[in-house]
Structures are given as C-alpha cells and as structure tokens.
Design a protein around this ligand. Sequence first.
Ligand SMILES: [Zn+2]
Length: 323
Amino acid sequence: MNAIPEIHKCNIYVALLNKKCIVISNPYNKIECVMKFLIRLLYLPLFTIGGNAIAIAVVSQGHSKLWLVVLLITFIAIAFLLERAAPFDKTFNQSRGDSGRDFLHALVNESLGILSVLSFPLLVLFNPLPSVWPDTLPLWGQLLLAVFIVDIGITLAHFVSHRINVLWQLHAVHHSVQRMYGFNGLMKHPLHQLIETVAGTTPLLLMGIPQDVLMLLLVAVGLQLLLQHSNVAYFTGPFKHLLAVNVVHRFHHINNAKEGDVNFGLFTQFTDYFLGTRYYDSVKKITIANLGIEDEPNYPSAYLQQLMTPFRGYDDPANEQKI
Ligand SMILES: [Zn+2]
C-alpha cells in the first residue's frame, strides 16, 4: 500500500475540517498548514472571549487601567501579525500609502474614547434618573448587557448615516478605505465617532452604567472593530449568521450604495435582521476592486484632508445619491 505524502495528509486534514474555506494548491509543509489552520480556528474566540476575559480580569483584580491600553495595543499587533500568517486576501496587507494615516486615525480616536470614559464622573452629574443598572451581575454579564445595548444604538446611528447627507459626509471617511484590514476598523472621522458614541452610550449612562463597565466596553468595541475589518480568513461557522464578523461586514464596504447598503451591525446582526438589511453571499469574494466609494473615486487619502472633507460643502452631485 502506498504511503500518503505528508503534504497530502495535511491537505486532507484541513480539507476535512473546513472543506469550503481552504483551497490548497501550493505545497504546504505540515507545520505551516496546521499553524494556519489553528490561527483561523482560534482567531474569533481569541478576540471575542480571550481579549475581553483579560480585560475583565484586569478590572476585577484592581490592576491599573493602563493595562487595558496595553491590551488593546497588543491585540492590534496580534492582528497585524496574524493577517500576514493567514490572510483572506494578500493584497489587503499591502500598504497603499495609508498606514501612517490609519495610525493617526487610531491614535486620535482611541485617545478620544479614553477621554470620554475619563469624563464619566462629569457625565453622571447630568443624569437625572435613578440607577437601574444591574450591578449585582458578574462583570462579564454587565459587559454583555452593555454590548447588546450599545450595539443597537451604534447600528442605528450607522444606518442613519447612510441616509442623511450631513452624516454620510462624516461617515464617508471610513468608507474611503482601499483595502480591508483590522487596523482600518479604527479609522473614522472623530465627529462621526462622537455621534455613534452618543447614540450607543446614552441609554447606558441613563441606566447608570458603572465606569468600570464603560471602560470594558471601550476595549470590547476596539477588539470588535479589529475583528470586523480583519484580513484574517478566520472561521466563523454558524456565528456568521449572528455576529458582525468580517465575512459579513465586507459586503458593507462594497463601493456602490446599492450593494453596500447592508450589514450595519457593530457587534451583532440582530438590528440588521430587524431593519431587513442583513445580507450574506458565500460565493462572492470581495476584492480591492470592490472597495472605496464609487461616487468619489478620488476621495482624499491624507489625514488632515479627510478631517476637512466633510466641511467642504454638500453640493457634490455624486453625494445626492446618498440622501
Ligand atoms: Zn457604513
């Protein structure tokens, strides 16, 4: 009986476990093959459960909150590394002169996020309502509740941003991306981030959410944005029908308003099911050619220009289609 070559054993092994997602035609060695498989398998639980579990441990054990910043930076680095090890599309990893700009967007937006959490004691003063927040729940339960509530508010604000021109002008910065990779999930106009934040967190503040849970929520949003825009071809299984994962969110970045007017969810797809905007196609593959804004192919790519573009006026005929 002929022995099965190592390469074919590996192919069979991976193909059996994921017969749809991997097309193996190049010679893989067994270690590389298994490592790639493990990255794809563990990526989703690492970002959804692992990252948040570490954050909860940091807060519940009373460590310095600066560790949450370290945690987020570490996960950004992990995202960069694993996107190179197991990419969905290798061309998405190639810089298009956007790396420095995306770094500035992430730095400014995450800093503003931290500032807004730090301003929490001030915001609480303006809450006229008694707290109804279930602070007897374990921290993970409180975080889960906050995630579900913020998901509805941010998803609705996102949905509306594709229908009201002044909001679209701010949100267009995020849709101008020319490739999909985790880091550009953090790339958005700061004013639009503020609008989404207000829409998502106002109900939580009125309910009396504690500052610690708000901090954990900030980390959870950061991890989710990395996951949602990730260029790692991670396995999603049935979760692609529930969570706002990358295979679903890529359709939202299709460059024409008709096809891209789907999948607005941040964490889950529940609000999209409610709005009738949930869409998934297992066959269509999104490439560089599908991304960007069809009506504005020359959208500015420099950081300061992107901050100013929404204020240049609303008389661009191409933008009228977004109203
Ligand atoms: Zn959008």
